[in-house]
Structures are given as C-alpha cells and as structure tokens.
Ligand binder design. Structure first.
Ligand SMILES: Nc1ncnc2c1ncn2[C@@H]1O[C@H](COP(=O)(O)OP(=O)(O)OP(=O)(O)O)[C@@H](O)[C@H]1O
Ligand SMILES: [Mg+2]
Length: 545
C-alpha cells in the first residue's frame, strides 16, 4: 500500500519536473521527465498530455497525436485535450479530423474561445467562409479585444466578396493593434478591390456590367496632379454641378480622354478618385474582359457596357489597359484580326453615339504602352484629350509620402523633404511600397521584443535600400518604341547605317510629345548623374530624429 503511494508521488514529481522544462522550452528534457512519470504511472493522463505538448513543439506530430489520443482514452471529456489534438491534425493538414476534435472541445466547453478560433481557421482553409465567419464571430464575442480574430474574419469576408464587412473588420483589427501590418495591407487591398469593382476575372465578358456608386477615393487621397484634376473638373464635375449653365454654353460632360504614362504613376488611381470626387457612377472595364473569342460577342459586350453607362449617366466609363486591343491585333491576322477590327469599329460607333446624343458619359482610356494602342483608336479623334501622367515630381512625391503614411504610427518629426529627394525617379507605386516597407522595421522589432516604437526617417531611408525605382525597364521599352532607330542595310555588300524614325508617324509623335521629351531627358547622362547625386545627398545627410 505504502510503496504504491510512493511511486505515485514520484510520478507526480516527474510530471512537475516535466512541466517545468516545458515552461522553459526545453522540450527534450520535458519528454524525458514525462516519460518517466508515465512509466511510474501508466494512467496519468496529464503526463501523456504534457509529453504530447512537448512533441508538438518539436513538430513531432505523430508522437504528439499518439500521446493526446492516449490522454483522451484516460480523460475522455476533456475539451483542452481535444482542442490540442485538433491542432496536431491541423498541422498535419487533416482539417476534417481537426474540425471533429474542435467540435468535441466545444461540446465539452461551449465557451472555449480558442476552439472556435481554431475551427474557424480550418473552415477558412477549406474555403467554407460562412462557417469560418460564424466561428470567428463567436471568438470575438468571447474575447472582444482579439485583433487577430477580427483580421481573420475580415479575410473570410474579403474572400466572400463582402468588402464592406471586410473593411470594418480590418479597421477594427488595426484599431486594436495599430502595428498589424497584414490587416493594413488587406484593408487597402479590399478598398482598392471595392473601388475596382471586385474581381476582374468575374468576367464582364459573359455577364453583367458592374456599376460602382462609390469608389471610396476622392481627390483628397490624391497627391499632386493639379492640372489633371482641373481638367477633370471642367470635363465632368462643373457641368454636373450646374447643368443648365453648361447647356447654355454648349458645354457638356462627356467625350473621351486618353491617359498614358509609365506604370504605377497613378492613372488608374486618378480615375477612381475622380469618379469618387464627382460622385458619378463608375464603370471599370478591362478590355481583356470584354474581348471574346466568338465573333460578335465582343461587340455585344461593348454595347452592353456603353448602354449601362448611359443608363447610369452621369458616369465615367473607364477602359483600363486599353493597349490590350493593339497587343492582340499584332498577335494574329486572319480571323482574329478581323474580329478585332470590328470590335474597334463598334467602340468608335459607341463613342460617336455618346457625342451625338450629348450624353453625360465621360470615356477615359488608360495605358502604359501607348505604342501598343491600336492606331485606329489613337487617330480616331474620339479621344479629344490626350493626357500624359508623368512620374511624380518633388511636390507630388512629398504629398504621396504623406498620404500613404497618414494612418501609420509616425515619429513626431519626419524629414519629408529629404525623403522626397531620396525618391526622385520613383513611381507613385514605388513610393507607396517604400512607405509600407519602412513600417515593417519597427513592426518586426515590436513582434520580437514586445516594445512598440514609431516609424522614423531612418526607417524610410533604410527602406530605400530595398525598394528602388521600378521605372527603368519601362523607359528602356519606351525608348525602343518611340525613340529614333538605327537601321542597318547592306547595299552592294557594304554596310550602311541609317537613322530612321520610330514606329509612329510624325503626327502621332506630336501627340505623345510629352512622353518622348521625358524619355529623352531621362536618358541623358547628366540627368541620371544628377538624380543619383540627389539621392546620395538625401541618404547620407545626418538624420535628425
Ligand atoms: N497621385 C497619387 N497620390 C497618392 N497615391 C498615388 C498617386 N498616384 C498613384 N498613387 C499610388 O500608386 C499606386 C499605383 O497607381 P496606379 O495603379 O494608378 O498606377 P497606373 O498608372 O494605373 O499604373 P499601370 O499603368 O501599371 O496600370 C496607387 O495604388 C496609389 O497607391
Ligand atoms: Mg492602371
């Protein structure tokens, strides 16, 4: 009798030692002690549980599974053991088995927050978002300050295309944890998706044209671009504000604008902000979505798009990446070429219809490869205004830096001017990437040390080592397409080099003059050297804060 009690006591002692090692994260030693405890007491459920946990931390999932199962044989109504075994199944990728265990955990403890959270994760991984949302909602009810639960529910909403709900959750997650970078990124992504009419692959070609009432952006979100803003005000906002006056003077909203310029410098962003600013309906069309293999369908799709815009006038009808037509046309002659020609004709007819009927539909097309836009479209005159969207200048860069830092935890003094200098030659998208990068340094530190600090000028400068301008390849491409070319000819066996004009005829070159000027300027050595010098200065001046 006595000896038996002694051994039991020993098992308990070994168990406690094991737990101590577990706390210290010395898992191998913990396993040793738990094993001894188990030898001394074969029915000690806690010891199996402890050993399972140690195995789990060592990623020895099969062993962990065995021990949890044994623990459950001995203690079959223990929700924690079910929950933990569920985690092992989850890690092993057996989500269905995991869900079964979480079900049990919840059965034996209906307020088991972690089990709901974990089951939600499983459902989300299985793309059963409605169930995931339900579980995360319960999680939040049980622990209302759980930022991650909001974030995950937000994700489930995002993947279910419920953008408003997703935005709310990401915002809440950020409110609870301002350094929650993933939440911030998704918040912005969803806002953009919402503005862009959701998943573009949803195929406008086959079905509905999506009309967006509010893009969620206005001119306030837009740095610089003053000339463009004014142009747009004249084109659509003023005529709408006072339609009678506009009519009296024969000014009407509508017509066509072609925007071109390097990638990531704000064409798409501007149009979305303009639609939001003007509070008009916004229809975002990707040409790749309406082009259809079947003859006749592309025209039908185009017609439907214009029809929808008319119905919702005043409206901005936005054809993004309008070079898709030209690119494809090059790809094939024959039948495909024929189909494209009729598509372009249809496009021109629709544009004419809008002009003729003085409809308040502004058609904006955008491209970063104007040389690929079908010449028939370029030369038609339907796009009476041709606007170059350049890379941001100093003042714009300054503002873009500030706009995209707006919701981030910044140190009191940031050397904005220097950062604007540092980012010379960057596209707007590059600058945004730089800001996001800068925020990750204090965030990673906070994750590691638990101490939060603000983003400083030094963080931005450090980020500039990783995020560089992405425009180089584009300039090279533009130069190839628009600049002068050398043609090599052999006459009577002798080599002759002749400088010829680019693919565009002189009239067209006039149209894209601004772009050509900028390319030429950017390819001059002293400009390049100047830019490099400016960046160096900005980088190595002493950092005040
Ligand atoms: N004027 C601006 N103010 C603030 N942010 C801007 C501005 N212009 C661009 N951005 C930022 O840069 C990102 C990229 O811009 P956008 O997608 O509009 O480029 P784009 O010119 O349409 O490029 P692409 O030719 O590749 O389609 C935007 O999502 C936005 O975050
Ligand atoms: Mg774009």
């Amino acid at each position: 009798m006595d000896t038996k009690r002694d051994t039991k006591l020993d098992a308990q002692q070994y168990y406690e030692m094991g737990t101590e090692y577990l706390k210290r994260k010395e898992y191998d030693k913990a396993i040793e002690k738990f094993s001894t405890a188990i030898i001394l007491n074969r029915v000690m459920s806690e010891a199996y549980f402890g050993r399972a946990l140690a195995h789990y931390h060592l990623k020895e999932y099969d062993e962990a599974l065995k021990d949890y199962t044994k623990a459950l044989e001995l203690d079959p109504k223990n929700p924690v053991i079910y929950n933990n075994r569920g985690d092992v199944y989850y890690k092993k990728g057996d989500l269905k088995a995991a869900i079964k265990d979480y079900d049990k955990a919840i059965l034996y403890n209906p307020n088991y927050m972690k089990a709901y959270y974990n089951r939600g994760l499983c459902y989300a991984s299985l793309e059963q978002y409605d169930k995931a949302i339900e579980d995360f909602t319960t999680t939040i009810q049980l622990q209302p300050d759980f930022a991650e639960a909001y974030y995950l529910r937000g994700l489930a909403y995002e993947y279910s295309n419920m953008f408003d709900e997703a935005i709310k959750d990401f915002e809440k997650a950020l409110e609870l944890d301002p350094m929650f970078e993933e939440a911030r990124q998704h918040l912005e992504a969803v806002k953009a998706k919402k503005a862009g009419g959701g998943d573009s692959s949803s195929g406008q070609g086959s079905g509905d044209v999506r009309v967006i009432k509010d893009t969620g952006l206005t001119f306030k979100d837009l740095a610089g671009m003053e000339k463009l803003k004014e142009e747009l005000r004249q084109a659509i906002i003023y005529p709408m504000e006072n339609p009678d006056l506009a009519r009296e003077y024969g000014v009407l909203g509508g017509g066509g604008i072609l925007m071109y310029g390097p990638p990531g410098c704000g064409k798409t962003y501007f149009v979305k902000a303009a639609a939001g600013e003007a509070k008009v309906a916004f229809i975002n069309v990707k040409l790749s979505d309406i082009l259809d293999m079947y003859v006749g369908n592309t025209e039908k799709n185009l017609h439907k798009v214009f029809e929808t815009a008319r119905k919702h006038a005043p409206a901005i009808l936005f054809f993004d990446e309008v070079d898709a037509i030209g690119g494809r046309r090059d790809a094939g002659g024959g039948e495909a070429g024929q189909a494209l020609r009729s598509a372009i004709n249809q496009f021109l007819i629709e544009m004419d219809g809008i002009e003729a009927n003085n409809e308040n539909v502004l058609v904006i097309a955008a491209t970063n490869a104007p040389w690929d836009v079908d010449p028939a479209l370029r030369r038609s005159g339907r796009f009476s205004r041709n606007i170059f969207v350049p890379p941001p200048d100093f003042k714009s860069r300054l503002e873009i830096l500030k706009i995209h830092s707006r919701k981030k935890p910044l140190a009191k003094h940031i050397a904005w001017n220097r950062l604007a200098m540092l980012t010379v030659g960057y596209s707007s998208a590059d600058i945004k990437a730089l800001v996001d990068k800068a925020a990750t340094y204090p965030w990673i530190e906070a994750k590691k040390t638990g101490k939060k600090r603000k983003i400083t000028t030094a963080d931005f400068i450090r980020a500039s080592n990783e995020i560089k301008s992405s425009l180089g390849p584009w300039y090279a491409q533009a130069k190839k397409k628009l600049g002068k070319k050398k043609e090599v000819m052999y006459i009577d066996g002798k080599k002759h080099e002749k400088e010829i004009e680019s693919d565009m005829d002189p009239e067209e070159k006039e149209q894209f003059k601004q772009l050509i000027d900028i390319i030429e300027k950017n390819n001059k050595w002293y400009v390049k050297a100047g830019i490099a010098g400016m960046r160096l200065l900005a980088k190595y001046a002493p950092i005040p804060f």
